[in-house]
Design a protein. Sequence first.
Length: 142
Amino acid sequence: MTIFLQADWEDWSAFSQNTFEISGSGGITTVANLDRDFKDTWRAGVGMAYQSGERVYLLGASYDSSPVSDSDRTFDLPFDEQFRIAGAIIHESEQGLKYALSASFVYFGEGKIDQTSQGVRAKGEFDDNWGVFLGGTLRYEF
């Protein structure tokens, strides 16, 4: 059995400033600068791999911090913290057939939003803010 540990830092603040430019008829151009108030994030994870005969079993879990505070979160990019659990099975036979099956469950956080724009307040959170990802590969070498 092999144990994996992961630590990660991501420079999300580098993407905080967004500029939008819209060109219209008659040479009219509208430019808007938007500060997303992104902050840098970190990730921590743990995983394991176990080989039994022709198969390898993998299992892991990780956590990502939120790139934006609740008070700065927007509806168009409702980033929040993320929790992941993933597993995979890899099979490699001596006859040249190889396949892998994987599944991941990701909880994207509550995505709480509390915004006031043009005098109108919008407040809430996402009820079902998660995803399931399934994957597979098949390869034959001859």
